[in-house]
Design a protein around this ligand. Structure first.
Ligand code: PEP
Length: 251
């Protein structure tokens, strides 16, 4: 039985003060939540403050990106050491916005995945097709390549630590959600690829989140699907009530 994981990706939103307020409001309801793993991913600038707010709770903190390098002349980058110093446990890697605007490639994302795992951070690998890919009937081939390349050479034992997030790009921030059938179909497909890559035990263990306009109104149905093990939430994670309600839909 896989434990559900709901992560809020706050993207480039919330000042430190706003982040503390939001984290405190979420903490009121979810501090002791055992049934679902709850992860808050504020911007880098608010990681320390949010870590402090949730320090005595079961809520974890995640970053939205990480350098593939250990240290050195990489202006503007943030390393695993720096994240761990702020009690970060998870890191979102390969989000579609980073693939699109910052030209992150599967090869580069794979390097970050390996670095995160080597340093005991739990990476959330984002994959998903654009609208034109879905309309051309190429969803499976595109998602398969992202999964195989992103997870290349990662040993089976690591699949209990890492998380995959299936996020159809056409559903992110658009209000359009994949139907629970559409999402389930791709989740099962991804689990099949993992099985082919590293075996049944790892495929059964790995958690696959859905992301793309998930909200309280559709979370229950999506989270009831057999291969949907949680959600990566953007817009609805910026407000405590809607985020808490999504988590509760997963209990
Ligand atoms: C995301 O960007 O990870 C996301 C799922 O955003 P939203 O929930 O706003 O569609």
């Amino acid at each position: 039985m896989r434990k559900k994981i709901i992560a809020g990706n706050w993207k480039m939103n919330k000042t430190v003060q706003d982040a503390v307020e939001l984290a405190n409001a979420i903490k009121l309801d979810l501090a002791g939540c055992k049934e679902v793993d709850v992860v808050l991913c504020p911007p880098f600038t608010a990681l320390k403050a949010v870590s402090d707010v949730v320090s005595e709770t079961l809520i974890s903190v995640g970053a939205q990106n990480m350098s593939s390098e250990d240290d050195g002349a990489y202006t503007g980058e943030i390393s695993h050491t720096m994240l761990k110093e702020l009690f970060v446990r998870y890191v979102i890697l390969g989000h579609s916005e980073r693939r699109e605007y910052y030209k992150e490639t599967d090869l580069w994302i794979n390097k970050k995945m390996k670095k995160a795992l080597e340093k005991n951070l739990r990476p959330i690998l984002c994959v998903g097709e654009k609208l034109e890919v879905r309309e051309a009937g190429e969803t499976e081939s595109v998602v398969e390549e992202q999964v195989r390349e992103g997870l290349k050479d990662i040993p089976a034992a690591a699949y209990t630590e890492l998380v995959i997030a299936y996020e159809p790009v056409w559903a992110i921030g658009t209000g359009k959600t994949a139907s629970s059938e559409q999402a389930q179909e791709v989740h099962a497909f991804i689990r099949g690829i993992v099985k082919d890559m590293v075996g049944k035990d790892a495929a059964d263990a790995v958690r696959i989140q859905y992301g793309g306009s998930m909200k309280p109104a559709n979370a229950g149905e999506l989270l009831a699907q057999p291969d949907i093990d949680g959600g990566l939430i953007g817009g609805a994670a910026l407000e405590a009530r809607s985020f808490v309600d999504i988590v509760k839909a997963g209990i």
